[in-house]
Design a binder for this molecule. Structure first.
Ligand SMILES: NC(=O)c1ccc[n+]([C@@H]2O[C@H](COP(=O)([O-])OP(=O)(O)OC[C@H]3O[C@@H](n4cnc5c(N)ncnc54)[C@H](O)[C@@H]3O)[C@@H](O)[C@H]2O)c1
Ligand SMILES: [Zn+2]
Length: 278
C-alpha cells in the first residue's frame, strides 16, 4: 500500500474468510495509524463471527492471535449467496461458532440450529436457504449484542471465548491441520464436560452441546494420539493462561454463562483439566 502511494484517505475492503478479515483489519488498524476497514466476509465463520466485533489479529508460531488490535469495521456486508462455493468442511466449521452462540445466549436458538443444520448443509448451488439466512441473522445479533456491551473484552465479551481456551490449544497442537471451527467444536465439547465435572453446569449441558455438534458432523473428542500435556502447555502460551490454573468461560446451562460476579470466567486447576482431557 505504501509502495502504491495509498494515504490516510484510503480504506481497506476485506473480501474473504476470517484469515483475510483478520489480516486486512490489522493492516487497516495500523496503516497510517488506522484507516477504515469494510468487512465483506465470504465464509460462514467470517459471516457469523470473525467479521463482527472489531477484533483483528494474526497467528504466529508461538500461538494464535498474539499480535493484533481492536479495530471495529466501518461496515460489514454479508451476502449469503457467496457460500454457494464454500466446501462442506468449511460450512461445518462455521456451524461450530453458530452452536457457540446458542450455548452462551439462547437455548431456543440452539434447538433451532440442531434441527435446521441438515437442511442447511445439504443446500448447494447458488441459493442460500431461508434457514441459512435465519441462522446468520440470529448469530450476528447475538455476537453484536455482546460486543456492543463490552467492546474491549473487560467482562461479558469473554463469554464468546467458550470452547476457545481448549480449542485454540488443540488448533495449535494440530499444527493448524484442524480448522478453527473443528478445534473449537472439540473445545466446546471438552469445556462442557469440564463445566459439569466441576459442578458449574447443570447436568445434561455437555450432552446437549455434543449432540448439536454431532448434528453438524463436527468432532467432539480429541483425535487419537493427541498429546494431552502439549495441550496444557499450549494453553500456557495463550493469553488466558495463568500458572497452575486456567480461566475458562463456562456454561451454567444452555443459554446462560457462569461467572457473572467473577468477570465471566471460572478458574480451573490443571488436575481437573487433565481428568477431562483424559
Ligand atoms: N477476529 C475474530 O473475531 C475472529 C473470530 C473467529 C475466527 N477468527 C479467525 O478466522 C480464521 C478462520 O476463518 P475462516 O474459517 O473463514 O477461514 P479462512 O479464511 O482460512 O477460509 C477458509 C477457506 O475457504 C476459502 N474460501 C473463502 N471464501 C470462500 C468461498 N466463498 N468459496 C470457496 N472458498 C472460499 C479460503 O480461501 C480458505 O481456503 C481463524 O484464523 C480464526 O482465528 C477471527
Ligand atoms: Zn472462533
Amino acid at each position: 500500500m505504501l509502495a502504491k502511494g495509498y494515504g490516510r484517505d484510503s480504506a481497506v475492503i476485506a473480501l474473504g474468510g476470517g484469515v483475510v478479515g483478520d489480516l486486512a483489519g490489522f493492516v487497516a488498524a495500523t496503516f497510517m495509524r488506522g484507516i477504515p476497514v469494510v468487512q465483506v466476509p465470504t465464509t460462514l465463520v467470517a459471516m457469523v463471527d470473525a467479521s463482527i466485533g472489531g477484533k483483528t489479529a494474526v497467528d504466529t508460531p508461538a500461538g494464535k492471535n498474539l499480535v493484533g488490535s481492536f479495530h471495529p469495521p466501518a461496515a460489514v456486508i454479508v451476502d449469503p449467496q457467496l457460500l454457494a462455493t464454500l466446501p462442506l468442511r468449511e460450512m461445518r466449521a462455521g456451524i461450530a461458532e453458530i452452536v457457540k452462540h446458542g450455548v452462551i445466549a439462547d437455548e431456543a436458538y440452539l434447538r433451532q440450529v440442531a434441527s435446521r443444520v441438515p437442511e442447511v448443509l445439504s443446500a448447494t448451488g447458488g441459493s442460500a436457504s431461508d434457514s441459512m439466512l435465519a441462522l446468520i441473522v440470529r448469530s450476528v445479533e447475538i455476537k453484536a449484542d455482546i460486543v456492543s456491551r463490552d467492546e474491549r473484552e473487560d467482562g461479558l465479551r469473554k463469554t464468546l471465548n467458550f470452547g476457545h481456551t481448549i480449542g485454540h490449544a488443540v488448533e495449535l497442537v494440530s499444527g493448524y491441520s484442524l480448522l478453527h471451527g473443528e478445534a473449537v467444536g472439540i473445545g466446546m465439547a471438552l469445556e462442557g464436560r469440564l463445566a459439569e465435572r466441576i459442578g458449574v453446569a447443570q447436568s445434561g449441558t455437555a450432552a446437549t452441546i455434543t449432540g448439536a455438534l454431532q448434528s453438524a458432523g463436527l468432532p467432539t473428542d480429541l483425535p487419537p494420539g493427541f498429546d494431552r500435556e502439549a495441550i496444557i502447555e499450549a494453553m500456557r502460551s495463550d493469553k488466558k493462561g495463568l500458572s497452575g490454573k486456567t480461566r475458562f468461560a463456562l456454561p451454567l446451562r444452555i443459554g446462560a454463562m457462569a461467572g457473572a460476579k467473577t468477570g465471566w470466567t471460572v478458574s480451573v486447576g490443571d488436575d481437573q483439566l487433565r481428568e477431562v482431557l483424559a
